[in-house]
Design a protein around this ligand. Structure first.
Ligand SMILES: Cc1ncc(COP(=O)(O)O)c(C=O)c1O
Length: 389
């Protein structure tokens, strides 16, 4: 069969490539770049978690398993949520997924059909827009504004973007790339709006532990009942430095459990039991490690903020969560072109804010989940590059 004998659905053929990946790929052919562009740190997964996976693998945990994940892991997550928020989940509402990404895709597959829309608070990790587009829906972006004291969301604008075809509202708090944490009053207003309108609330909380002024960021799970239309997505990727493992989870309303279970069967048919066995260890025994990692990120954030404050063309929007900062450079021109030049001429990797949708224009995203040595080197190079250009 030749290529013209079959067709790619237009929704798939026209999916936009990620601009983050565009710049990141340039680094493959340029040695010695300090990459602060992608959303992960420089730490490998801690040893006791890796050992647990190897042990489970050697012990024969290699078969198909429960669609919603090992019961031991779901019970460990129930204890984890109780410890963090003082809430009592039931195991049926939890599904272990192939990363937060797969959880998002499953929820969108369940909710969005052709002609429907999802309203997304932006700028945000762009993959959520693409999940909606894959389903033939429209991802509507409601941009926040960056100011000297952080990022701000206009709730009237958010509610005004919803119409009869709105099936879901997506909010990432803490946010990527902004580090924004949705204020309490706004969280309550959003939940009330979703209840009243029968709109699902997709709360992306994968950065809930990456906060520097409290132990954990507030969760929608603290204010929602099991029957509210609230889906909370989380992941092992960021909190336990396990990006490559591809394990995450969702907490869903009781009524949709059979539908999500069905979708898991036809997407991944369930996850890998030997990885999930190690995730139990991470959840049950990883707290000291998480605290150490968060303190390390905070130190990285403080270092970067201090260095950027000394560069007179640079303006940074402050943030107390996630592991990113958004910054502006005076007279930078196109952010994508600037990032490409910075890689080649400055040997530093940043992501263009335009990659994250509306509200990201004019910004650069920097991920500071790195050692202080690497961050200092990156800041030296960045400062030198700014002086030369
Ligand atoms: C806001 C947000 N949500 C979800 C994810 C998905 O993470 P993963 O699929 O690795 O769990 C990311 C990853 O960068 C993210 O930034």
């Amino acid at each position: 069969m030749n290529a013209s004998a079959y067709q790619i659905r237009p929704a798939i053929e026209h999916l936009e490539d990620s601009q983050i990946v565009d710049v990141w790929k340039m680094g493959f052919s340029i040695p010695d770049v300090v990459g602060l562009w992608v959303g992960e740190g420089d730490l490998p997964t801690t040893k006791f978690v890796c050992d647990a996976a190897a042990e489970a693998l050697a012990g024969g945990q290699t078969y198909y398993t429960y669609k919603r994940g090992l019961p031991e892991l779901r019970h460990a997550l129930i204890d984890y949520h109780r410890d963090l928020y003082g809430i009592e989940l039931t195991e049926d509402r939890i599904a272990v997924t192939s990363g937060g990404m797969n959880a998002m895709m499953l929820i969108v597959q369940m909710l969005i059909g052709a002609g429907d829309n999802m309203v997304c608070v932006s700028p945000v990790w762009p993959n959520i827009y693409r999940t909606v587009e894959i389903m033939g829906g429209e991802a509507r972006q409601v941009p926040m504004q960056g100011r000297g004291d952080g990022w701000h969301l206009d709730m009237d604008r958010l509610f005004g973007a919803c119409d009869a075809k709105t099936r879901a509202i997506y909010v990432a708090s803490p946010g990527n790339p902004t580090g924004w944490v949705m204020p309490e009053e706004q969280r309550r207003a959003l939940l009330d709006f979703c209840r009243a309108r029968g709109i699902a609330l997709l709360a992306d909380e994968v950065y809930n532990r990456l906060v520097y002024n409290q132990r954990v960021a507030p969760s929608f799970l603290e204010i929602a009942t099991p029957d509210d239309p609230v889906f909370v997505v989380n992941s092992f990727s960021k909190t336990w430095a396990m990006t490559g493992w591809r394990v995450g989870w969702m907490v869903m309303p009781r009524s949709v459990v059979p539908a999500i279970e069905r979708l898991i069967e036809f997407n991944t048919s369930g996850g890998q039991p030997f990885l999930q066995a190690a995730c139990v260890k991470a959840v049950r025994e990883g707290e000291d490690w998480v605290k150490w990692m968060v303190a390390r990120c905070k130190s990285g954030r403080d270092l970067v903020l201090e260095r950027l404050a000394g560069m007179n063309r640079v303006n940074v929007i402050p943030a107390d969560a996630s592991f990113y900062l958004m910054l502006q450079v005076a007279d930078m021109g196109s952010a994508l072109d600037f990032c490409k030049r910075l890689v080649v001429e400055g040997r530093v990797g940043l992501a263009p804010g335009t990659a994250f949708g509306a509200g990201g224009e004019g910004y650069l995203r920097l991920c500071y989940a790195q050692s202080n040595e690497r961050l200092s080197e990156a800041m030296d190079r960045f400062e030198g590059f700014l002086r030369r250009t």
